[in-house]
Design a protein around this ligand. Structure first.
Ligand code: 5GP
Ligand code: ZN
Length: 111
């Protein structure tokens, strides 16, 4: 997707502070952090949202789920962390390229 922000960041066309990268995903710091640690875990593949997942992405999603606690540990989030996936406009999604928010540091407020 040529005009997608996260595709552009994936391809290196827009600079970003990468915390982690492999062949499936990359991880950047959110530009507008909502907690002391706020990372975005983003697949290189352009998938618009959870609504667009299919069986073929099962291994990718398992990879992301396994990566989240490792990233949290690396970031020193020893007492816990929060993960959020916004889906669709009504769910607060602004960038229509699937991503998982990883938040933590201090004590996050409850819902
Ligand atoms: P959404 O609301 O789609 O779940 O989350 C999009 C997130 O991307 C927001 O938290 C926003 O701050 C972040 N964001 C938007 N543009 C950029 C950018 O250019 N660079 C980075 N690192 N984060 C961005
Ligand atoms: Zn994209």
């Amino acid at each position: 997707m040529s005009d997608c922000l996260f595709c552009k960041i994936s391809r290196g066309e827009i600079p970003s502070e990468r915390v982690y990268e492999d062949d499936k995903v990359f991880v950047i710091k959110d530009i507008n952090p909502q907690a002391p640690v706020h990372l975005l875990v983003i697949p290189h593949a352009h998938i618009e949202s959870l609504n667009d997942l299919s069986e073929e992405y099962g291994a990718l999603m398992a990879h992301i789920m396994g990566l989240l606690p490792k990233l949290a540990k690396e970031q020193g989030l020893d007492t816990g962390f929060r993960t959020i996936i916004n889906t669709g406009r009504g769910g607060g999604q602004v960038i229509f390229h699937l991503h998982v928010h990883l938040l933590g540091g201090g004590q996050l407020p409850g819902f």
